[in-house]
Design a protein around this ligand. Structure first.
Ligand SMILES: NC(=O)c1ccc[n+]([C@@H]2O[C@H](COP(=O)([O-])OP(=O)(O)OC[C@H]3O[C@@H](n4cnc5c(N)ncnc54)[C@H](OP(=O)(O)O)[C@@H]3O)[C@@H](O)[C@H]2O)c1
Length: 350
């Protein structure tokens, strides 16, 4: 029996819920930069529930969220005030590129640790929590808090791409499909888009949050797209994966040369091989930006996790809808989610 099943149901104090929200928001800022590591946030609180510091994992090789939070508390001279740690993911208990987060927490006077999600790696899941518990800490799981559902959903949404990759060996796949009022995906001649400014910013925020793009050779020939993040600020020096479905011989050489400046470009002549091609990359989350031909193939193979549909009405107003195959989605952490209609079935590909 592991530490999760041993703990009892409890209520989450309000200040802990607020700290979880802060930890998720901080971690969200680095989504799209942490691969192959998950995005994780941590808040450290004093005995009265005041938040002392909030930190997140920035990128592979950098401090994990807990260690960075402890470092920041040290810099602020508040380590001795630490009473409660709130972590979106179970603290690691092993030495990788950085030392274990359990030891970082144990180097402080922390007494209670609230955990959002268990480590999705079945070989180590529960180990970090058990280690802390064995050293006298009060370890509490959001899953066992009677009022922890909303916080738990946010922590799970944050972890979803990593957890999915861990369980299924391929990244989380979000399809983005824009359709105009006439039902066409093709922009008018001379243009490469027809959506409005907010939709464009949403699309670029999605590029920022994801680790790669999947497209088809038809889109490349039609638009010569740059696929870079331009309408919102990008992570610094971010190099992503660009998987092109189709034959490499059919894309212009000058486009490929330019794309390789920013992307690791891989060709996938048969999109049933897409999971394997994506598995060969470090990506946790990819976005499909392709025309109707490839979207039909992806839809037929059921090779997607979320399907974001951006539709335009006759007045030029955009409407966002999402189909998702899961009970949570990383898309729910975008502010635009509040504007999305959530559907249970996939939209037809036009
Ligand atoms: N509104 C939107 O959201 C949106 C997004 C992107 C693009 N677009 C528009 O879509 C139009 C292009 O559409 P499209 O249908 O011609 O292009 P596409 O779907 O992007 O690419 C079609 C190509 O994908 C490859 N492909 C198709 N099925 C495949 C499979 N099962 N396995 C591997 N490769 C496969 C084939 O490449 P080969 O022929 O090389 O084998 C095919 O020619 C453009 O007008 C573009 O602006 C719209």
């Amino acid at each position: 029996m592991n530490s999760i099943s041993q703990s009892f149901a409890h209520t989450m104090p309000e200040h802990v819920g607020a700290a979880f929200d802060m930890a998720v928001s901080e971690a969200w800022r680095f989504v799209g930069q942490t691969a192959p590591n998950p995005a994780v946030g941590c808040a450290l609180l004093d005995a009265r529930g005041k938040v002392l510091v909030v930190a997140a994992h920035h990128k592979a090789g950098a401090w994990h969220a807990e260690r960075l939070a402890v470092e920041q508390a040290q810099a602020l001279g508040v380590v001795e005030q630490i009473h409660t740690a709130v972590v979106t993911l179970e603290p690691c208990n092993h030495t990788g590129r950085t030392p274990p987060c359990t030891e970082a927490l144990l180097s402080t006077p922390v007494q209670t640790v609230w955990i959002g999600c268990a480590d999705p790696n079945p070989h180590v899941s529960g180990g970090g929590a058990a280690y802390l518990q064995a050293r006298g800490l009060d370890v509490r799981w959001l899953a066992h808090a009677s009022n922890g559902g909303a916080c738990m959903a946010r922590c799970r949404a944050l972890l979803a791409p990593f957890a999915w990759r861990m369980a299924h060996g391929r990244p989380w796949i979000t399809v983005k499909q824009a359709v105009n009022a006439q039902g066409s995906m093709r922009p008018p001649a001379g243009s490469t888009t027809f959506t409005n400014r907010q939709s464009l910013e949403f699309a670029h925020a999605l590029r920022r949050a994801t680790d790669g793009i999947v497209t088809g050779t038809g889109t490349i020939r039609a638009d010569l797209p740059a696929f870079t993040v331009r309408h919102v600020p990008d992570h610094a020096s971010r190099r992503r994966v660009l998987v092109v479905c189709g034959a490499s011989t059919t894309v212009p050489a000058h486009w490929l040369e330019q794309a390789e400046v920013h992307f690791d470009v891989l060709f996938c002549p048969d999109c049933s091989d897409l999971p394997g091609v994506l598995a060969s990359t470090p990506a946790l989350w990819v976005m499909v930006e392709a025309g109707p031909t490839l979207l039909r193939a992806i839809s037929a193979q059921g090779m997607w996790d979320d399907w974001l549909h951006i539709g335009q009405d006759a007045h030029g107003c955009d409407h966002f809808s999402v189909s998702t195959r899961h009970d949570i989605s990383p898309l729910s952490l975008f502010p635009q989610w509040a504007r999305c209609t959530q559907e249970q079935t996939c939209f037809p590909v036009l």
